[in-house]
Each structure stands twice: as C-alpha cells, then as structure tokens.
Design a protein around this ligand. Structure first.
Ligand code: 8LK
Length: 262
C-alpha cells in the first residue's frame, strides 16, 4: 500500500468515525443535522457535462451557475493557455505531433484536480472530465497517429492508475448532443484564436467518438447514467430543455438507466 492509498484510507476512516461519533454521542443533536454533516463530508452529487467542441457547454454551465446549490467547474482552459507562461493549447493545435502528449498530460492533471475539488454544496457540475480526456480526445489523437502509440500508452497507464487510486466518481453524465454541422458553425462563430486550424472532418470524427461512447454505448464504459439533450436547438428554446433536466441535475429525481433525449 503506497502513501496516497494510506492517506485516502485514513481520511475515509476518520470521516466514518466522525459520523458515528455524532450519531452515538449526541442526544440533543437532531437527525437532520447529522444527515447534513454526513452529506457535507461525503462527495457531492457529481455531474459532468460532455459534448463536442461547440456543443454549448458554456451556456449550459452559465445557466446552472446561478443555482445556489451548484458548484460549477468550467474547463480549465486558462491553465492550458498558461502553464508557466506556455500556451499548451495553442502549441497543440499548431503542432500536434510535437505537443499533443504534453498538452494531454496537463489536461489529465487539471481534470483530476477538478474531480478532487471539494465543496460544501450538494451538487458539483463539471465541464468535461478525466473520462472524456482519455476516451475522446486522447483517443482521437491516437487514432490519427498524432499521438504516437508509446505516448498514448503512458497517458493510458496514468489514467488507469487514477481510476483505481483516486476518487473520480461521477453520478450523472449530461451529453449535449449536436450535429457536427451545428458544432462546427458555433466554433467558427466564437472564433477562438487557437481553434483556427480545426477542420470540419475533425469535428465530425470527434462527434462520432462521443456518439459511440455516450449515445450508442458501443465504445468504452460510461462512468454514470447518461442524460442526452438535443443541443442543436436554438438558444431561445434550449433554456426550457435545461429547465426540464434541472431535477436530475439537482439530484431530486434519478435518471432512468437508459435515458434518452428529453
Ligand atoms: O475545450 C477547449 C479546447 O480544448 C477545444 O479546442 C478542445 C480542446 N480540448 C482538447 O484538445 N482536449 C481535451 C479538452 C479540450 C477537454 C478534455 C477533457 N480534453
């Protein structure tokens, strides 16, 4: 057992001990307080929002960031753009053969940091995850031969190690499902400087990987039940779709095992 495992085991043990001590020692404390303390000490209901580039994740997160019970964690793009002064995102798009491994290693680390972030709020809503990092983006780069096989193997080893040794558990996946055409149109419209080189073909094949993973479920494992939203809808209409899925996100209602588009 290594040091990280011991720390993790010790933390879980202390947590349980504290909850038991509350339950057995307090005659005045109400059950409600015990339950809320236990909830605070355990992981929040964790939702990850997945989808192609340009699928509208930012609008979705902005919508839920107004909710008092939800901690929103956006993709750490600013970190990717400035790793000790280096714009890794820009370098990756400029020269993927040279920089994909560096960029994806950092993405994996920053995603793990987001999974590990604590909150006293009952719900944590993350933009993408360590799962899409490995299953969609690393996969795409490896398939295209832009990430050499030995480099992809190292990222995969790290990923598997993390799954077994850290808490990256997810309770719900929201898949913002767009057509590649709509996603590409939105990418062109937002005009992010690093993304100038993205081609329609790239968006199309990234779409296909998302479909296999989260819609058809023929690729990889899904880390949690999936809610599929029609994210092609216009902004004026999509708000009502967000509202419809609110009870699932706030953990008021469980998602049926095979939930499809709402
Ligand atoms: O999402 C912001 C930009 O970063 C977009 O151009 C796609 C790129 N990106 C990537 O190449 N690999 C990634 C993510 C984003 C997110 C994860 C988890 N992996």
């Amino acid at each position: 057992m290594n040091v990280t495992c011991i720390h993790l085991a010790l933390f879980r043990f202390k947590k349980k001990l504290y909850i038991y001590s509350l339950m057995f020692n307090s005659d005045t404390e109400s059950m409600e307080k015990i339950v809320s303390t236990a909830a605070r000490l355990t992981r929040p209901f964790t939702v990850v929002v997945e989808g192609n580039i340009g699928s509208g994740k930012t609008s979705f997160l902005n919508h839920f960031s107004k909710h008092k019970d939800v901690m929103v964690l956006t993709e750490p793009v600013n970190l990717w753009r400035n790793c000790n002064g280096h714009n890794l995102l820009g370098l990756m798009y400029e020269n993927p053969v040279k920089w994909s491994f560096t960029f994806q290693s950092y993405v994996q680390l920053t995603m793990l940091q987001n999974h590990q972030k604590r909150t006293h709020l009952p719900v944590k809503l993350m933009e993408r995850s360590i799962f899409s990092a490995r299953y969609c983006f690393v996969e795409k780069l490896a398939r295209d031969g832009l990430l050499p096989k030995p480099s992809a193997a190292v990222i995969d080893k790290w990923f598997r190690w993390v799954l077994h040794n850290a808490d990256v558990d997810v309770d719900l996946v929201v898949y913002l499902r767009t057509s590649p055409e709509t996603a590409y149109e939105r990418i062109l419209k937002r005009n992010r400087s690093e993304e100038e080189t993205i081609s329609f073909d790239y968006v199309k094949s990234l779409h296909e990987i998302h479909e296999q993973w989260l819609y058809r479920k023929t690729l990889w494992e899904c880390p949690a039940p999936t809610l599929v939203l029609d994210a092609d809808l216009d902004m004026s209409v999509i708000i009502s779709e967000y509202d419809k899925c609110e009870p699932f996100i706030l953990n008021k209602v469980s998602v049926p095992l095979e939930a499809r588009a709402m």
